[in-house]
Ligand binder design. Structure first.
Ligand SMILES: C[C@@](CO)(OP(=O)(O)O)[C@H](O)COP(=O)(O)OP(=O)(O)OC[C@H]1O[C@@H](n2ccc(N)nc2=O)[C@H](O)[C@@H]1O
Ligand SMILES: Nc1ncnc2c1ncn2[C@@H]1O[C@H](COP(=O)(O)OP(=O)(O)O)[C@@H](O)[C@H]1O
Length: 314
């Protein structure tokens, strides 16, 4: 006879227990930046991939909205209403008529201001956590509508995987990418501000020698369907890379060091300054990471794989 299903354990207070959510970083395998629009955003075509570098966020009821942050770069994360996770709580509370009184604890594993969408990840995690805590029962597509108001990268952090982003990055469509890829990540000292990097690209485009523009994304989509990684490495492109290098010339050396260490190819991740390199497999990634670490061109080196799912209750 099957065992009767166990009753869920509830704390004695009767309040729901803490909800813990794990959320991945993103990298951009293709990032084509179009013209600056009237709303201050650039038209964008990007292919995102979620990789196994995570933030963890816990939400529980509290007398008021409270924030705590630990881990990688925690000192650079705001603890007021400008924190993207706090903004997500307020937005969801308003949309669903709930009280925003929760305590959020974030453990950062995603570098702050690193071009890996760590703040966006925390916002997506806060939406998923509060949805579970408050029992609002919204679908991921409904959560994505609130997510898009918080930042261009926030909807992608909800879904994860590999996806094409258009509009200013918030309009998503799935991309077929079944092969697991292995990445080496060079984390830099200090971050780069996303709006400053976009502004630098506009400045460079206004000079007599504008940086070349990324072509269409068809070659990248084809390479993602190929189980070999070498063809993919050849078509990874990022229009923001020249702007990130212009603001942080040392990145040129980091990019060269990844290739010297045996990577198939690499690029600046989004607005930088993190650089990501593609390897053949896990063992190759570990060898590239060791070589890169020995060259002293970055603060620290990690390995990760992708694609992985988006923000999930654990
Ligand atoms: C560049 C990308 C690439 O995925 O990510 P990061 O590398 O920063 O993580 C994104 O486009 C960033 O997304 P996100 O970090 O959510 O930026 P947002 O909060 O939406 O926008 C911050 C600011 O960046 C500029 N911005 C952002 C997106 C866009 N398509 N055009 C822009 O010009 C605008 O100045 C905007 O006010
Ligand atoms: N929860 C958060 N985690 C990290 N940064 C945050 C958060 N909330 C707000 N920020 C602010 O957002 C800026 C960009 O951070 P982040 O999203 O990590 O970088 P990027 O846009 O380069 O991917 C940081 O400099 C920080 O001031």
């Amino acid at each position: 006879m099957p065992e009767p299903e166990a009753e869920p354990i509830r704390p004695l207070s009767g309040l729901p227990g803490p909800i813990r959510v794990r959320v991945p970083a993103k990298i951009n395998l293709h990032l084509a930046v179009g013209p600056l629009r009237d709303d201050g955003f650039h038209e964008l075509t990007t292919v995102y991939q979620a990789i196994s570098l995570y933030d963890q966020l816990t939400a529980e009821p509290a007398p008021a909205l409270e924030l705590a942050v630990t881990g990688e770069g925690a000192d650079d994360v705001p603890l007021d209403g400008s924190n993207l996770a706090a903004r997500a709580v307020y937005a969801l509370a308003e949309a669903t008529g709930r009280s925003p009184n929760v305590r959020l604890t974030m453990r950062k594993g995603i570098p702050v201001a690193g071009g890996m969408a760590g703040g966006s990840a925390d916002a997506a995690a806060a939406l998923v956590a509060c949805d579970a805590l408050w029992g609002t029962g919204l679908t991921r597509d409904e959560l994505a509508e609130t997510a898009a108001e918080l930042g261009s990268d926030v909807p992608f952090a909800l879904y994860g995987g590999t996806a094409l982003g258009t509009g200013h990055g918030e309009v998503l469509s799935p991309v077929l990418a079944r092969t697991q890829r292995h990445w080496v990540i060079a984390l830099a000292d200090g971050g780069l501000s996303t709006p400053t990097v976009f502004a630098e690209l506009d400045r460079l485009r206004g000079t007599g020698r504008p940086p070349p523009r990324t072509a269409g994304h068809d070659a990248l989509l084809r390479a993602l369907r190929d189980s070999e990684s070498a063809p993919l490495a050849k078509v990874i492109t990022n229009d923001l890379q020249p702007a990130a290098i212009s603001l942080r010339p040392a990145l040129r050396r980091t990019l060269a060091a990844g290739v010297e260490s045996g990577a198939l190819g690499g690029a600046v991740s989004g607005s930088g300054p993190t650089c990501v390199f593609l390897a053949e497999d896990r063992e190759h990634a570990i060898r590239v990471a060791a070589g890169l670490a020995g060259l002293g061109v970055c603060r620290t080196v990690r390995t990760a794989h992708g694609p992985v799912p988006g923000a999930r209750v654990i």
